[in-house]
Ligand binder design. Sequence first.
Ligand SMILES: [Zn+2]
Length: 69
Amino acid sequence: MSQCRSQAHLLVTLTPEGTMTNIVRRRIELHCSLDEGHAGLHRDAENDEEWETIEGRPSTVVRHEDEKP
Ligand SMILES: [Zn+2]
């Protein structure tokens, strides 16, 4: 069975101390690692993220991380 080829962008954001602004720290390409035709959410096992596809739109997943002191 071939692999699902769904892709998404993961944006890792953080809010620097003393600001109210979210900034993008990293962008990661997600690739679904499940089999083609699977049910449910797409999943990238390597990055431990799941997403759903909205037809006609690129999928973007946002993960917020607090800045470590
Ligand atoms: Zn998939």
